[in-house]
Design a protein around this ligand. Structure first.
Ligand SMILES: Nc1ncnc2c1ncn2[C@@H]1O[C@H](COP(=O)(O)OP(=O)(O)O)[C@@H](O)[C@H]1O
Ligand SMILES: [Mg+2]
Length: 256
């Protein structure tokens, strides 16, 4: 008999409010394993809030979040998180290597200090994002794109099964964007599930398997081919959507 696979992420009736104003309303969905999933919606739609609530970083009003069938607290080690870059204190005096090693702490037992093995894994992760030469550099002395790569290396070092990345493509150059995409596809090949808050609607088709459309409530979720439609985007962005055009098989969208 075939065993039923638990979903990497199952969200039931999730409602989150700041000062009583709901920013996520009754959101329910499940994602399949091994997919690259874009989280798409206008500014203030609750995309970052959805990730933070899933990670237990902010309290919820109602609802339930399960990671492979269990609450987050029991599954910490399975999850990698790349926060929105501007939410990080880059002046904190620490080296690139230290930031990546922090990704390994979940794997160490009590009172164990990171040793040669942890350092080797951290260096390999830095190498994968092309940042090995910057291991000793203070994070405040890195460019935006380099800082983003350091955070990706940290997520890699975590060796998680489920990843959340909050706008990893914002403020990076074309080379870093390519490096991130290569890495996402590598994670996918390893059967990992990656949810990415994504702003550039013109690359959703190319980069992602699934899309989750959000604007306080869940608009739709599923394979890009069936969910990333003009009609759904109109609902998600409302009046802010200026141009919709199907050309060269890609949905071209401009927001204002
Ligand atoms: N700490 C906070 N206190 C009060 N309101 C917040 C806080 N964080 C976010 N918000 C509000 O919640 C809404 C959703 O925010 P967020 O999840 O960051 O949106 P997104 O990531 O989709 O741009 C926005 O209206 C935002 O202003
Ligand atoms: Mg956000």
């Amino acid at each position: 008999m075939k065993t039923i696979q638990e979903s990497p992420l199952s969200v039931q009736g999730l409602t989150v409010a700041y000062q009583k104003k709901p920013v996520l309303q009754d959101v329910t969905f499940e994602v399949p394993e091994g997919k690259l999933i874009a989280i798409v919606g206008p500014n203030g739609a609750g995309k970052s809030t959805l990730i933070k609530a899933a990670l237990g970083l902010i309290p919820k009003v109602r609802g339930d979040v399960r990671i492979y069938g269990k609450p987050y607290v029991q599954q910490r080690k399975m999850i990698g998180y790349v926060p929105q870059r501007e939410s990080v204190d880059w002046d904190f005096p620490t080296s690139a290597l230290d930031v990546v090693m922090m990704g390994r702490y979940g794997h160490l037992g009590w009172f164990k200090r990171p040793g040669a093995n942890e350092k080797r894994i951290a260096m390999e992760s830095l190498d994968k994002v092309g940042m090995a030469d910057f291991a000793g550099r203070q994070i405040s002395q890195l460019s935006g794109g380099q800082q983003q790569r350091i955070f990706l290396a940290r997520a890699l070092a975590q060796d998680a099964k489920l990843y959340f990345m909050d706008e990893p493509f914002v403020g990076v150059d074309a080379a870093t964007e390519k490096a991130i995409i290569t890495l996402l596809n590598e994670l996918k090949k390893q059967g990992k599930t990656v949810l990415v808050v994504h702003h550039d609607l013109s690359t959703v088709n190319e980069y992602f398997d699934w899309v989750l459309l959000l604007n306080v409530g869940l608009i739709d979720v599923g394979p890009v081919d069936s969910v990333f439609t003009a009609a759904n985007l109109q609902i998600t962005y409302g009046g802010r959507l200026a141009v919709l055009d199907r050309s060269q098989d890609a949905l071209v969208v401009t927001t204002r």
